[in-house]
Design a protein around this ligand. Sequence first.
Ligand code: AMP
Ligand code: GLY
Length: 451
Amino acid sequence: MDAYFEVAFVRGCTTSLTSFAILWVVMETVLIVGSGAREHALARVFAKRARVFVAPGNAGTSEVAENVSIDVTNTEALVAFAVERRVDLVVVGPELPLSLGIVDALSARNIPAFGPTRAAAALESSKIFMKEILRSAGVPTAAFRVFERANDAISYVRTSNRPLVVKADGLCAGKGVVVARDADEAEQAIRMMMVDRAFGDAGERVVIEETLVGEEASFHVLCDGVCAMALPPAQDHKRIFDADRGPNTGGMGAYAPAPVVSRSVSEQVMSRIIEPTLSAMAKAGCPFRGVLFAGLMIDGSDPHVLEFNVRFGDPEAGVLSAMVFDDLADLIDACTRGALKETRIRPTTSAALSVVLAADGYPVNVTLGDAICGLDSPMPEGVHVLHAGTARAKDGSVVTSGGRVLNVVGTGSSLQDAWACAYSGAKLISFRGCQLRTDVGHRALRSERMA
Ligand code: AMP
Ligand code: GLY
């Protein structure tokens, strides 16, 4: 397990530790930006040692922190709040505020912030930028072409006449990728993005790439601009129904460590993907600080990059924070100070697995406002509940207020134990129309049983 936490140095990154960086910094007040299960997980981590504000938060974050009613896109108000409350550290959860430049705005006011600058966040906010960085760094990823005109893109998919993936360049809340089985489906996707402008300017240009096969994994790396430290590899489940059927969602559950990322795959990811990408980012004038989440496709033992995210995955954050709960606050703090090299961590648990409880109708037609029962039940040992789409009603009760409502996280000495733990907790909670997958971790559990 310790192998995951080895620190790698990134060639070409010249930022050196400042004397400030190696001093112990007292962290009294922390602001977390966002409102999902990821932010509830982060709030639990920081609440152990600081006063925590969450903007805007949810019903769960209000139990461990103070919610502040500021939207994640209101950079000016978030910075003003951080200045006024003399916040020591801002931890930004979602990609949108990062791509709007919140870290740049906070840095201009000398407020330490965890996350990339606007320029570095382009690794997620522009698929074209990301693919070009990968190409320049020789990082394994699907072969691709960029199109600025719908007609050119359509004639390309017609001539190719094979399965291709069509991706809108900009941020589309996870909906901008179509894995097309044939030229008709690819053409439909191009028309939807470039002609009907379903995603506005985000679909003005598209990337069309080869379809990769294999097993997906979520590989998170903490970066301080000089060093990179991998967290345990995770996997999430995107489809709503068991056996990976039904429409795509934001993620119905996650677990770590994911055995598909063996020690040798993990080493390859660090040397062939992470280090060259971070070096290329430094060379391009936008060194990456924060958490880099590589979405990988692994064929046998050969990893390719599907996408980069510039933030923790959700629901991955719930299981990763459970695995390094005792040290995550220090690690995040060290990233903002260029001091990752100074940190040492020990996993808090050997395995973690989360099951998402989703609202009736999710992901198509979500019903909101249903009362949630069982949140006050004492949870079995090793289980905790993270809130995502929840709100407090006027009478103080907790109701559903989003598609993914809760994550029930279980921990244990094996994935099997973590699975049993998570599902024993999930049984205690109910609300009308609650949907959950019963097979989270199925790939890993099969390989654990076979071992
Ligand atoms: P992305 O946002 O680029 O990760 O795409 C979302 C999902 O689309 C991924 O999690 C994959 O399941 C799928 N996907 C993206 N790119 C490819 C590809 N080149 N080949 C196969 N599947 C892909
Ligand atoms: N769970 C995938 C993501 O956060 O993008």
